[in-house]
Ligand binder design. Structure first.
Ligand SMILES: [Zn+2]
Length: 87
C-alpha cells in the first residue's frame, strides 16, 4: 500500500512584484470645499459663505456628538468603578 498520490501542482504564476498600482496623476495644487466638494484654491476652505456656514454648523454638531459620547463613556466608567467598589 505504498501508493501515494502526488497532487499535481497547478501552474499558477503569482506575480508578486506588481504592487498596488499607485496613482501618480499630477493635479495642480488645490483643495476641495469642505462642504460641497468643489475644487477651491489651496488657501481657501469653502467656495462660498453659505458653504462656510454649513460647514461650521456641521462641525458644531459633530463636536456636540463627541462630547455626548465622552460623557456616556465617563458615566459608564463611573458605574463600573462603583460596581466593583461597593462589595
Ligand atoms: Zn461649497
Amino acid at each position: 500500500m505504498g501508493l501515494k498520490r502526488k497532487k499535481k501542482k497547478s501552474y499558477l504564476v503569482v506575480v508578486d512584484d506588481l504592487g498596488p498600482t499607485e496613482k501618480a496623476v499630477k493635479i495642480p495644487q488645490h483643495k476641495h470645499c469642505t462642504s460641497c466638494g468643489k475644487a477651491v484654491p489651496p488657501d481657501t476652505k469653502h467656495c462660498s459663505d453659505a458653504c462656510k456656514a454649513e460647514y461650521e454648523s456641521a462641525i458644531k454638531s459633530r463636536k456636540m456628538l463627541v462630547y455626548v459620547i465622552y460623557a456616556m463613556v465617563a458615566i459608564m466608567m463611573v458605574a463600573l468603578v462603583l460596581q466593583y467598589a461597593n462589595f
